[in-house]
Design a protein around this ligand. Structure first.
Ligand code: MG
Length: 161
């Protein structure tokens, strides 16, 4: 039995903040304005995992009104979602995604991001893919004022032995 999950996230890009994607710090003039580190990829992935098992969403589990999540590394959210997926008896088949940034190329960092994500989720690197894309100068994302991520995940029910 299979289940699909989808997640997206957007954060505004501002000066004086770090740009963190998939737990990797990327050199940039601007970074994500957020309660946590604003890691759009990990936030979208967390929502996709939670959605796939019908558990809830990132905003419900880690409200941005709570101090304990302030400036926290988003890998904490991802680890928690992965734990819930396992508790529900599922394993990850694969993850496919887009990270959309106008002024930052993802390609030079893709391997690093995939490696780090695979390590956190305890899956193989070839189960994750990330496509970097620009927004063709359209709207706020296209002006480099925000970054966007979209993730799809496929889960498989573990066989009971
Ligand atoms: Mg977010």
């Amino acid at each position: 039995m299979y289940r699909i999950g989808t997640g997206f996230d957007i954060h505004r890009l501002v000066k004086g903040r770090k740009l963190v994607i998939g737990g990797i710090e990327i050199p940039s003039e601007k970074g994500f304005l957020a309660h946590s580190d604003g890691d759009i990829f990990f936030h979208a992935l967390t929502d996709a995992l939670l959605g796939a098992v019908g558990y809830g969403d990132i905003g419900q589990l880690f409200p941005d009104t709570e101090k304990q999540w302030k400036n926290k590394e988003s890998k904490i959210f991802l680890q928690e979602a992965n734990k819930i997926v396992k508790q529900k008896g599922y394993s990850i088949v694969n993850i496919d995604s887009y990270v959309i940034l106008q002024h930052t190329k993802i390609l030079p960092y893709r391997e690093k991001i995939i490696k780090n994500t695979a390590k956190i989720l305890n899956i193989k690197e070839n189960q994750i893919f990330i496509k970097g894309k620009s927004y063709e100068n359209v709207g706020e994302i296209g002006k480099g004022e925000a970054g966007f991520a979209h993730v799809v995940v496929l889960l498989k029910k573990e066989e009971i032995r």
